[in-house]
Design a binder for this molecule. Structure first.
Ligand code: PXL
Length: 278
């Protein structure tokens, strides 16, 4: 069975980060090993959340895996507890990756033009160093702007999106998958592959609803699909469609929680899509 190591926090309640990555990667038929970057009572959109960083565990966990001779098909990183974890995560990747290991970085740090509460204005330049070692970076437009020191725009066109993506690639990332791309009346996922210098847009219907944790759902489904052996564009479409399905279901569920989407209800849909492609 193929294996992903995912490095991100565990928000004990909130339907994001590891509580999403574990079930969603499992649903794609891939093993998920984890390095938790922190334990939080909830995600940071709640007030009064607790947070204990696991700075001192990151390298020892990886060292133990190395001693055991464990290899990974991909590293997939998400929310980090602080800027100092960037160097630790880069060390983990460098020490355990093989020639075939994919490095997928979700720079989970911002949305809707704002940084998440736990991060200061110095954080993006540290996260940019992690993105530099990526085969694939998965930002939203806010993260792409912060990472490249570009002024965030609520409204933008295709040229602006392309220029931000090109700046991200100039930092070192090989491919960029811009989620929630919204320009010129279109909505979807805009991706770029530096090996062929080509952009590709996967268009979707725009659903008028914003929920927390959907970036983590997309990234987990995308990484699982890719590691399962599904090609890049099909992995993007499966992950984007699964995320949209989660949002649709949640929007139509009156008793749904404000803090995340009901991704559980759409797991059969994901399993079915993956089975058809693999
Ligand atoms: O979904 C991204 C995310 C992950 N982890 C924590 C968060 C957030 C977004 O706010 O707060 C702790």
């Amino acid at each position: 069975m193929r294996r992903i190591a995912t490095i991100q926090d565990i928000s004990c309640l909130g339907k994001c980060s590891l509580t999403v990555a574990l079930p969603v990667i499992s649903a794609t038929g891939v093993e998920a090993a984890i390095i938790p970057t922190a334990v939080l009572s909830t995600h940071t959109m709640f007030k009064n959340f607790t947070c204990k960083d696991l700075d001192d565990q990151i390298l020892p966990i990886a060292q133990h895996w190395k001693n055991e001779g464990i290899e990974f098909d991909a590293f997939y990183t998400g929310y980090l507890a602080n800027a100092a974890q960037v160097d630790k995560v880069i060390s983990v990747i460098n020490s355990l990756k093989t020639a075939d290991t994919k490095v997928i970085i979700d720079p989970a740090m911002a949305d809707n033009g704002r940084m998440y509460p736990a991060f200061d204005s110095d954080f993006p330049k540290e996260m940019a160093r992690l993105c530099a070692v990526a085969d694939i970076v998965l930002p939203n437009i806010t993260e792409a702007c912060f990472l490249t020191d570009t002024e965030y725009r609520e409204e933008y066109d295709l040229d602006f999106a392309k220029s931000v993506i090109k700046k991200l690639v100039s930092l070192g990332a090989k491919k960029v998958v811009l989620t929630g791309a919204k320009f010129d009346g279109k909505y979807g996922v805009l991706s770029y592959d530096s090996s062929t210098d080509s952009f590709s847009m996967y268009e979707q219907e725009h659903i008028d609803a914003a929920f927390h944790g959907t970036g983590d759902i997309f990234s987990s489904a995308f990484t699982g699909a890719l590691v399962r052996g599904i090609d890049m564009q099909s992995s993007i479409s499966v992950a984007a469609d699964y995320t949209a399905e989660c949002i649709r279901i949640t929007k139509n569920t009156p008793e749904a929680n404000w803090y995340g989407v009901d991704f559980e209800r759409a797991i059969p849909y994901l399993v079915d899509r993956i089975a058809r492609l693999s």
